[in-house]
Design a protein around this ligand. Sequence first.
Ligand code: CA
Ligand code: CA
Length: 586
Amino acid sequence: MKGKISRYMASFVAMGIMAAGPLHAGGPTSQDLVDDAKSTGDVLTYGMGPQGQRFSPLTKLNADNIKHLVPAFSSSLGGEKQRGQESQPLVYDGTIYVTGSYSRMFAFDSRTGEKKWEYDARLPDGIMPCCDVVNRGAAIHGDKIIFATLDAHLVALNRLTGKVIWNKAMADYQAGYSATAAPLIVKDMVITGNSGGEFGIVGMVQARNVETGELIWERPTIEGHMGTLHGQPNGMTGKLNASWPGDMWKTGGGATWLGGTYDPETNLIFFGTGNPGPWNSHMRPGDNLYSASTLALDPDTGVIKWHYQTTPHDGWDFDGVNEFIPFDATVNGKAMKLGAKADRNGYFYVLDRTNGKFVSANKFVMQTTWANGINAKTGRPNFIEEGRPGAPVVNAKGETEKGKVVFSSPSFLGGKNWMPMAFSQDTGLFYIPSNDWGMEIWNEPIAYKKGAAFLGAGFTIKPIAEDHIGALRAMDPKTGKIVWEYKNKAPLWGGVLTTAGNLVFTGTPEGYLKAFDAKTGKELWKFQTGSGVVGSPITWEQDGEQYVAVMSGWGGAVPLWGGEVAKTFKEISQGGSLWVFKLPKD
Ligand code: CA
Ligand code: CA
């Protein structure tokens, strides 16, 4: 009898071990998150892997059969809060987690779409999101699902019930801080950036204990500010006044508002930094480190290991926050650990991710009026001085007037904005959601005031092409050449997904989720979701079938800041729905 019980117990334990990994009762571990790109039965991280490649090895759904793809269900976020839905869903253990506009989180059954729970952050009056009330996604770990809110809080919920486990303020929303990015979880730490670069805030990366929310380290992104580790000073960022005049560094911007990626191979996390403050560059001579840069940080201490500044002395709001995606390739016969970033300034950069050394930079948009290429020796832009808006001038009456207006391309909304690109391990190509547009821009006088916009600039966005603004472009990182492009009338504002099924997915403001042949760019499939698609699609395998999901809901920065461009697309309906697709069973 005793033997029988122990045999029974042994097989029970063995079954338990087999079911371990993504399905054990404790929930995903930090190691599960590292392995997310390979585990096709779940989507545990923003970026479908901490590297953010947004590549799935699944092939059940492919270029040959995608014409049969149909909706499995759609789930509404409901309410009156139907603004931009820029979220990327997560999928774990029969649940799809999505964040929604106005700092909401939802859990839906991944087979039926039925709502399991909803959490609405109680936002104070006076929040200052610059660019719509969006949220880009959550992070999952153990029993928790974690997201950032518009009042610059970080909230951990019980993933089964939606009840709050901890809630921490990351910064003072009354000073213009907010948060919209999906957190990054590395080694049981939640690592976040901050938003507010238009309000004279200071960019910051923070790491917290995932179980308690307690701060472990913080690293400001602007030179002169002190980092901390376990509450103790941990070295100044850069060297005081090395690239900033006077006290301008104190309100220097450099918001890390898009979050980061993680490369377990080099043990580095990569965060991009936004525009320096104010936009008026004449007030802050110098490179203004580390604004408009990519920073590689040690996840254990928050120390900066290397930096690469894409737009030194930015004068166009070319935030350098875009995702830096680790990938490997052979360059000039040498196997290299690389990383790539399609910058808001219109150039696609490839760097050696072990040390930040420049490898190549190529234009991925129609036009760059501010620089004529990137110097391969120095890695710095060849600036076109006439492309910089002029300093405000004092007239004969002694009044200060706006400076010389220049036409600039890309516009401040960028050759690429927040929407993440994808890298296919199959084709070796990056798929960049880009936009071709320009702006008139000028500078005005400005003084810092807590909680007020800190721009010192004015602008009007304009189209530069007859037939399109948006362009999904396949970039070969080895040659810097565009292999194919798909042009879209409205600006593209959604993320990209690619799969080993030779597919590339992205959404359009016109309401479609579209799929393309990854090698040729031929449009293979589209589905009208009823509102603009500005979220990031995902794919996973469930019950032997391959699923695709995306959020629908028009909004984001374009309708708010798009000038002439926004007028053209004011007829697009608001929305707030999760759409899930699969092939019919027969
Ligand atoms: Ca996975
Ligand atoms: Ca900005």
